[in-house]
Write a protein that binds this ligand. Sequence first.
Ligand code: UTP
Length: 233
Amino acid sequence: MDTSNSYPAPAVVLSVGGSLLNDGKPNAEMAAKLAGVMKQAGLPLAAVCGGGKQARKRAESARKKTGSEFMADMAGIKITHKNAEALRSALGPEAGAKIFKDFKPAQKAVGKQKYIVMGGTIPGITTDADSALLAEALGAKRLVNLSNTAIYDSDPRENPNAKKFDVMSYSELIALANKSDQRKAGTHFVFDMLACSLIARSRIETHFVDGRDLGQVRAAIMGEKHSGTIVRE
Ligand code: UTP
């Protein structure tokens, strides 16, 4: 049977925050739940997996051992690949035989498999940026960022009056990311600056939802109403 080019290119890319998939080691239960939601959607999908707690730990020990930020990032990337492998394996044969560590091979897999699963790529960036780049590479017009929060005008953990954005523009997102970047070292905005610029230049509509709420995840994938934040024109 000729199965070449039997799947359309994924129109939606998921950016799966590492904290969902790894709380010290890859969380197979969460990977299975997420794979279930992806399958239920019935669409070809791409996903980029983050590193989570284990990536931060490994990066820190590589940094101590080598004094090199490059090597710290390489250690983090390795964990993103482990998490991606957990999701790929939970998705089964329609996710192909291996995860992707670069964009070109992921592009080449379009049509041949329903799901495309990636981890990190090169030092110096994050899987937020990888997911925006993958959306560009695949021509996907929607990105769904799964973390533990929507976007607020200030950090809701620090400010009980923080206001959630239901919808915001690319330039509002960039202004907020900039403001947050300058606030204090060690805190980080929900989406990094490179990723913000990439979605803005390619007009990729980006949905920020709480990845622990699988109903919200499903709604964002399907383009239905959810209680997170939508960034668009
Ligand atoms: P991420 O920072 O992207 O994963 O990758 P995460 O756990 O989803 O991130 P947070 O905690 O939600 O922000 C983990 C680490 O792997 C390296 C970086 O060091 C990054 O902090 N990495 C990842 C790269 O160097 N390049 C990549 O392409 C991806």
